[in-house]
Design a protein around this ligand. Structure first.
Ligand SMILES: Nc1ncnc2c1ncn2[C@@H]1O[C@H](COP(=O)(O)OP(=O)(O)OP(=O)(O)O)[C@@H](O)[C@H]1O
Ligand SMILES: [Mg+2]
Length: 246
C-alpha cells in the first residue's frame, strides 16, 4: 500500500459510505488499485457466523474488492456503538486482529479507503475510541459533515477532537448540500468552518437521486464526485499523478 485515507464524520448517517464509495469509484477510474475497509461494522444482518455489513458490501462493489473477511473483520448485529454491541453479543473486539487485517489487505492495494464507525469519539473498547484506531492505522482523515444548521458546531468539535489527538486532517466534505433553494446556513457554513479552523474544504456533494445503497446502485455518484470533490488534493503528494495508471 502506498497511501490511504480514513473517512470519518460528524455523526452516523452523515454520508461516510457514500463519500468512501465515490472516492473509490474515482480512483479506480484513474487506474489506481484501491482497497476498502470497514474495520468494525454494527447493525449487520444474516446468519450469525456470516454476518453481512451493508456498508462493506456497498464499498466492495465500488472498489471491486477481494479478500472478503479482511474488509470487515469485526461485525455485530446490534446497531449500537461497538463496545456495547460486543458486550451484548458476548464477543471481544480484537484491535490487533483488526490492524493485522488492515495491513494484510493494504499489501494488495495502492491506496486504502477506510470507513469509520459513527464519529471520532465512538468507543470501541475501554479507553479506545475510533480516533485511537485512526492513529494506530497511521492514516490522515477526511471529515464528512452536513452543511445545514448545526454544522459549524458539529464540524468544529470533530476537528478539535482530531487535532487534540494529533491526527492529520486532509479536509472536510459537506454532504447532501442543496444545489437549488439552499438555506442561508448551507450557503455560509462551509466558509465559516474553513475560516475558523483553517482546514481545507475538499468540496460539497449534492443529493444524488439515482443512488441506491441497498441494491448497490451508484447512479451518478462517480461523475458528481469527480466534478465536485478535489480528488487530487485528497491524494496529495503521497500519491502523485505520475503514479496513476490512467
Ligand atoms: N449525497 C447523497 N445523495 C443521496 N443519498 C445519500 C447521499 N449521502 C448519503 N445518502 C444516503 O443517506 C444514508 C446515509 O448515508 P451513509 O450510509 O453514507 O452514511 P454513513 O455516515 O456511512 O452512516 P453509518 O454511520 O451508518 O455508517 C444512506 O441511505 C445513503 O444512501
Ligand atoms: Mg456507513
Amino acid at each position: 500500500m502506498k497511501a490511504g485515507i480514513f473517512i470519518t464524520g460528524t455523526d452516523t448517517e452523515v454520508g461516510k459510505t457514500i463519500v468512501s464509495a465515490g472516492l473509490a469509484l474515482c480512483l479506480r477510474d484513474r487506474g489506481i488499485k484501491v482497497g476498502i475497509m470497514k474495520p468494525i461494522a454494527t447493525g449487520c444482518y444474516g446468519q450469525e457466523d456470516r454476518l453481512v455489513s451493508q456498508d462493506a458490501a456497498f464499498l466492495m462493489e465500488a472498489a471491486e474488492g477481494q479478500f472478503p473477511p479482511l474488509h470487515s473483520p469485526s461485525r455485530f448485529r446490534n446497531p449500537l456503538s461497538p463496545n456495547v454491541a460486543a458486550m451484548l453479543e458476548k464477543k471481544e473486539i480484537n484491535v490487533d486482529h483488526i490492524l493485522k487485517s488492515y495491513r494484510e489487505l493494504g499489501s494488495h492495494y495502492d491506496y486504502m479507503i477506510v470507513e469509520g464507525i459513527g464519529g471520532l469519539m465512538v468507543p470501541i473498547k475501554k479507553d479506545y475510541y475510533v480516533a485511537n484506531l485512526i492513529r494506530d492505522m497511521k492514516l490522515p482523515l477526511i471529515v464528512v459533515s452536513s452543511a445545514g444548521l448545526g454544522a459549524i458546531n458539529h464540524t468544529l468539535l470533530t476537528l478539535d477532537a482530531a487535532t487534540v489527538r494529533g491526527l492529520e486532517i486532509k479536509g472536510i466534505i459537506f454532504n447532501r448540500v442543496s444545489v437549488a433553494n439552499y438555506s442561508l446556513a448551507e450557503l455560509t457554513n462551509p466558509k465559516v468552518v474553513h475560516d475558523l479552523s483553517g482546514v481545507p474544504i475538499l468540496g460539497s456533494l449534492p443529493e444524488i437521486d439515482d443512488l441506491q445503497t441497498e441494491s448497490c446502485k451508484f447512479g451518478k455518484l462517480k461523475e458528481v464526485f469527480r466534478e465536485r470533490i478535489q480528488v487530487d488534493k485528497i491524494l496529495g503528494e503521497a500519491f502523485p499523478r505520475s503514479l496513476h495508471k490512467a
